[in-house]
Ligand binder design. Sequence first.
Ligand SMILES: Nc1ncnc2c1ncn2[C@@H]1O[C@H](COP(=O)(O)OP(=O)(O)OP(=O)(O)O)[C@@H](O)[C@H]1O
Ligand SMILES: [Mg+2]
Length: 501
Amino acid sequence: MEGIKKTFGSVQAVKNGEFNLKKGEIHSLIGENGAGKSTMMKLLYGMYPFDGGTVTIEGKKYDHISPKTAIEAGIGMVHQEFMLVKELTVLENIILGFEPKKGLTIDFAAARKTVQKYIDQYNMDIQLDKKIAQISVGEAQRVEIIKILTRGANIIILDEPTAVLTPQESRRLFEILNNLREDGKSIVFISHKLNEIMEISDRVSVMRQGTYMGTVNKADTNENELARMMIGRDVFLNIEKKKSDIGETVLQVEDLWTSGEKEISKIRGLSFDVKAGEIVGVAGIDGNGQSELIEAITGLRKVEKGKVILDGKDITNLSVKKIREAGLTHIPEDRNTRGLNRQFSIGDNLIEVTLDKEPFSKNGFLKKDAVKKFAEELIEKFDIRPARAELPTSYLSGGNAQKVVVAREVTLGGKLLVASQPTRGVDIGAIESIRSILQDVKEKGLGVLLVSAELEEIMSLSDRIIVMHNGKITGRLNAEDADEEQLGMLMMSGKEEGGEA
Ligand SMILES: Nc1ncnc2c1ncn2[C@@H]1O[C@H](COP(=O)(O)OP(=O)(O)OP(=O)(O)O)[C@@H](O)[C@H]1O
Ligand SMILES: [Mg+2]
C-alpha cells in the first residue's frame, strides 16, 4: 500500500499511508488511538474506497478495491468488534453466505468436513454445534479465523484481537498465528500491547496521525523505541500508587446471588465492601462472574438474593436511573452497547446523563453554550480526537470512543465509580492518563470498584484485591502483599476462602 489517502467528511483519517506485507510474516501495525490503523486495513479489505494511492497485491495494481476483489485476492479480516450471529451455531456462522448446496438444501455434511479440516490443521479448539451465545470470546475469535480461512484467505488481518482475550486465550491465539505463518500465510496484527508486539512480530510498522512513520525489524527494536515512534515521547506506566484517607463504606454487597450467562458465572453468595478513598480490584479469569457482579450492582441484572447498599441506601434491584441518582457511575465493559449512543454527537455523549440538570438546562431549556463549553473542556482534558464536539460518535476510533465514556463517568462525581475494563483498547499514552485519573477519583474521596482482565492493571492500581472464581470469592488480599503468581493460583483454584472446595 503506497501513498494512501482517506478522508471522512472533514476528517483526514489517513494522510500518507504505507504498508507492505511479505509472504509468511507477522507484521504488526501500531500507533495511537485514531492514528489510522483500522482505516488502513479496512481500505485493504475493500470496506471503503480510498481517495488516493495504490495497492499492489501479488504484483497486481489496484486503484480501487471492492469487498469482492478483496476476498478474491485472498484477504480476510477479523474486526475489532466481532460480526457473528449470536442465535446461529458456530458451523452455520462459518458457512453463512457461502453455504455448500446439495440440490436446494445446504449440505451440512460437506461443510462440516471442510471446516473440520482447517480446525485439525491449525489445532484449534472449536465446538461446531454450539450457539455463538454459548461460547467464549476466545472461541468466537477462532471461529472468525476459521471463517476467513475457509474463504481461502492468505492475508489475514487481525484488528486488536487480544484486547478482549484473557492472557491464557492470547497464548492460544499466538500458537495459531505461528502455525499460520509456518504455513505461508501473511498476517497483519494490530495491538496496543507492546509486549505482545515484541513477542509475535517479525516486523513492525508505525503510524502517527494518519501518516506512516517507518518500519523496523522486531530483532532490532524494543518497547521504548516503539513507544517513542508512536507518540514522540517516553511513556511511564509505572505510576506511583497514592495513599488516600480511607473513609466510610460506600458500597456494601451482602450475600449476593444472581443468575449467570454461564453456569460458572452465576454469583453465589458474594460479600465485600468498598470504602471511600480506596480502589478495590476484582481479579479473575474472564467469565467467572465478574460481569454478572457488575451488572447486579449497577442495576442491569436482577439480584435474586442478598443486598447491595450504596452509601447507606439499599439499591438492590432499583432501576439504573435511580442507582445513578444515588451516586453510582459506571464505565461499562462494552462501550458500544452500553456506554455510548453512536447516533449522538461526541458533545451529547459527554453530557447525556446530566442534560436535564443545571447548568445545562434551566426551566426546561437546554443551554447550548454551556453544553458546548463543558464538552470542549472534557475533549481537551481527555485528549479525545478529533477534538470536535459536534461530530457524531460513530466517527471515533475504538480507543477515542472509550475515552468519551471514561471522561463522562469520572466527571460526574458521586460516591462510587464502577470501572470495568477501563483501559480496553486505548493506547499507552491514554492508559497512563486513565490510570492516573482513577487515582484522582479515589483521592477525591470516591470509592472505586475496578474490574480488569489485566492482572498488571489490578496490581498497579488497587489498594485491596478480591479474587473471583466460579462466582465466588477465592481470595482477599492487600495489594501490597499480593504477587502475580499467588493471584494466578487463586484465579485458577476452585477453593472457596476458608472452605474445602
Ligand atoms: N467511519 C468513519 N467515519 C468518520 N471518521 C472515521 C471513520 N472511521 C475512522 N474515522 C476517523 O479516522 C481516524 C482514524 O481512525 P481509525 O479507526 O483508523 O484509528 P485507529 O488507529 O484504528 O485507532 P484505535 O487504536 O483507537 O482503534 C480517526 O480520527 C477517526 O475518528
Ligand atoms: Mg482501530
